[in-house]
Design a protein around this ligand. Structure first.
Ligand code: GDP
Length: 735
């Protein structure tokens, strides 16, 4: 190890220096004893330097040398007393002594205590980077199986030595920088350096086959997305097998007579779609854009269109509610075309299908259109090799633990494999298809439910198959640390920004109040969607901080956390908490807001925000008076103060109060502003004078009244923000 610290160059330099110092003459003149000790020291040291031809040099130098063995026995070359004295002489003469040499000499005399430590199982410890690697949490590099250290170092923007150092610390052996690395090790190294990774899976030599499309339904609120999914789910394979009884599991497959099938993601809306995309999960192949025939294109229709466009995902339009008497599909088509959607019947390539989700009309046409679109896209996936899959939803089951609904994108996921899912890991205990049948393996585009994870993953998390439990633990631990590091970096980055913004803000603006929230929902996809929707209500006055978001009903630990942080609990689609939990919440003064309709939840939170908001202080005109006459009191005594000018006024609007600030206006321009020194009505001091009454007014330090001037009475009012909801269902907080 010591040699590694010194480095090859250092060793070489020191050796040369020493050899020059221990010249033949000097060696001859030294006493036998000292020669012996010097040589002994030298030979021992050289023993560690394989291939160094020192033996012959020294051996040939003097026959009087005592070589106990032809193999050198010198233990510490630099420790030779001759050399040390020589180095001291050099130093005193002002000659440079290499720092490395110094370190070595120092090492010789500092006693090292050898402590006998029992062998321990070493957990994954992040190595310290040789040079301060900046956390570049925004940088993403592509990694692949078999990439070399050189390639990885180049992509990470780090030196090869740093990457090698990390690999050694991870416990991997390296012989050369051109050694191929496993993709997991490459990810660990990248995480340690602080960059994000995108795993590339090669399809070279693999068995590639056509696969079913994965479809997401999006559109404006109330246009019938859920109804359409419900109707489609009734035609799903699972429903057919279970006699029409279906359950929301995050995804389902609809089989066609031709043998083809379509996989539908069962979470409507673009919130889940974008949340998944934000996590790098490009699961959706086609978007079904639902537009109500009686309502037309609405704000969320446009949002859905831009999400699909941003994800480069083709759209198939489903004009729903065509059964309604006021349905006007043609108007919808014109609106869509006006928004830049190139519809098929207008010469473009976007298919439009007219449906009625309630009456289950047109569903087969929609399915055909989706299959046609899929055919055009020529969807293919690698069938063999390790699976590449994504979580679409996750939930906690009391008996079975964390369950994740996932879609395999490529490869085959096999029961018993060790996997890393987002930051969680586990060994797949069982795989079930959407009909709840246990299967041994899952192939591309197949929605499955996996059991055996140690923790609950998030929608959009990738599922990575790893070779062993140890590797799974290591990767999961590494990812957790990276996520935490990124979270802290983000917080740190936001903090100075926030304070800068605060500084820039007007002084009258109140501080931003932080309202901690705990979000609970039925499934992971909804947790994500609710969390995002709630965060959208953040305003300049109130900042909703989701301190915890999880799946399942409100539990005692949620109450404890809420009490500790002063948080409010928001539950969406979760059952009412048992009476013991409700009682605990009441005792802990923790508010629980349970809803089943997202709009109601947002409205409730919106009103809560308004209640919590400190509001902004605003100056308002409470009353106006007109100057009709001017009275001057001159030559007053010292005790009574200086001369004063009294404005004889009539209140023409609102009220004029003594405690307020008064503003003097002449021809609409502000001439003076100051506090009220005196307000009298018929020689009586009064606090306020109402509209239509005459009064005498003195403004402190103001002597410039003119008949016809207007005096405004200014008051400070605290204006609270407003919760605003538009007809389209969009909600916001207006400050
Ligand atoms: P989402 O918010 O887009 O998921 O909309 P929903 O599926 O919840 O539907 C909103 C309302 O529209 C519900 O009252 C449905 O019954 C109704 N609805 C949905 N599809 C149809 C349809 O095809 N015809 C008619 N007449 N009503 C529909």
């Amino acid at each position: 190890m010591a040699w590694r610290t010194v480095g090859k160059k250092g060793i070489h330099a020191s050796l040369t220096q020493a050899l020059t110092a221990v010249s033949k003459d000097k060696l001859l003149s030294t006493s036998k004893c000292s020669s012996k000790s010097t040589t002994k020291a030298l030979s021992t040291s050289f023993r560690h330097l394989q291939g160094f031809g020192i033996n012959s040099v020294i051996c040939g130098a003097n026959e009087d040398f005592y070589f106990l063995d032809n193999r050198c026995l010198i233990r510490s070359f630099h420790a030779s007393p001759t050399l040390l004295s020589r180095r001291k002489e050099d130093a005193s003469l002002g000659l440079k002594i290499s720092e490395r040499g110094k370190v070595l000499n120092k090492g010789k005399f500092s006693k090292r205590k050898k402590e006998a430590k029992p062998p321990v199982e070493t957990p994954y410890l992040p190595p310290k980077l040789k040079r301060g690697a900046k956390s570049s949490s925004d940088k993403t590099i592509e990694i692949f199986e078999g990439m070399t250290i050189v390639e990885l170092a180049k992509r990470c923007g780090e030196s090869i030595a740093t990457v090698q150092h990390i690999i050694v610390n991870v416990g991997e052996k390296i012989d050369s920088e051109f050694d191929p690395l496993s993709i997991d090790i490459a990810e660990l190294v990248a995480m340690e350096i602080g960059v994000n990774v995108c795993r590339l899976h090669s399809d070279d030599g693999a068995h590639v086959l056509g696969r079913s499309p994965v479809v997401t339904v999006m559109g404006h609120v109330d246009h019938g997305k859920t109804s359409l999914l419900d109707a489609l789910r009734q035609t799903s394979l699972a429903a057919k097998e279970a006699g029409g009884i279906t359950q929301h599991l995050g995804a389902f497959v609809v089989g066609m007579q031709s043998g083809a099938s379509i996989t539908f993601l069962d979470t409507p809306g673009h919130a889940a779609f974008s949340a998944m995309r934000a996590r790098g999960a490009a699961v959706t192949d086609i978007v079904v854009l639902v537009v109500a025939a009686d309502d037309g294109v609405m704000p969320q229709t446009l949002e859905a269109m831009s999400h699909a466009k941003a994800g480069n995902v083709p759209i198939v339009v489903a004009i729903n509610k065509c059964d309604k008497p006021d349905a006007n599909p043609e108007r919808v088509k014109v609106q869509l075309a006006a928004e830049g959607l190139l519809l098929e019947e207008m010469g473009g390539d976007v298919q439009v299908v007219e449906v009625s989700a309630i009456n289950e009309v047109g569903l087969d046409k929609l399915e055909d259109a989706l299959l046609l679109q899929a055919e055009l896209m020529d969807l293919k996936a690698r069938v063999d090799g390790p699976a590449q899959a994504y979580v679409v939803e996750a939930r906690l089951d009391k008996g079975r633990g964390p369950l994740a609904t996932a879609i395999v994108k490529a490869g085959t996921l096999v029961c018993g494999q060790h996997v890393v899912v987002g930051a969680e890991w586990g060994r797949i205990r069982s795989i079930r298809d959407m009909a709840r049948k246990v299967i041994a393996e899952a192939r591309p585009a197949m929605p499955i439910e996996i059991e055996g994870l140690k923790g609950l993953p998030m929608a959009g998390d990738d599922i990575v198959v790893v070779e062993s439990e140890e590797r799974a633990r290591m990767l999961s631990e590494g990812r957790k640390k990276k996520f935490e590091k990124d979270r802290l970096t983000k917080l740190e980055e936001e903090r100075p920004k926030a304070s800068e913004e605060e500084e820039e803000e007007d002084e009258t603006k109140p501080e931003r109040v932080e309202v901690p929230l705990i979000v609970k929902a039925d499934v992971q996809g909804t947790v994500q969607a609710v969390t995002d929707a709630v965060k959208n209500l953040n305003s300049s006055q109130v900042f909703l901080k989701v301190i915890h978001a999880g799946v399942g009903p409100v539990s005692q630990s949620d109450i404890d956390m809420a009490q500790a942080c002063g948080a409010c609990i928001v539950g969406f689609n979760v059952r009412d908490p048992p009476s013991s939990i409700a009682l605990a919440a009441t005792q802990a003064k923790v508010k629980i807001k349970l809803h089943r309709v997202i709009y109601h939840l947002l409205e409730d939170i919106g009103n809560f925000i308004v209640e919590k908001a400190p509001g902004t202080l605003e100056t308002q005109v409470a009353g106006e008076a007109q100057v009709l006459n001017i009275f001057e009191l001159k030559g007053r005594s010292k005790s009574k103060g200086d001369d004063v000018k009294i404005a004889g006024c009539r209140v023409i609007d609102g009220r004029v109060t003594k405690s307020s600030t008064l503003r003097l206006l002449r021809s609409g321009e502000v001439v003076f502003e100051g506090s009220c020194a005196s307000l009298k009505r018929e020689k009586q001091d009064v606090e306020a004078v109402g509209k239509g009454n005459d009064c005498g007014l003195v403004i402190k330090d103001c002597f410039d009244f003119q008949v016809g001037d207007v005096i405004q009475c200014l008051v400070q009012v605290n204006r609270k923000p407003k919760f605003v909801s538009s007809e389209s269902g969009a909600v916001r907080i207006e400050c």
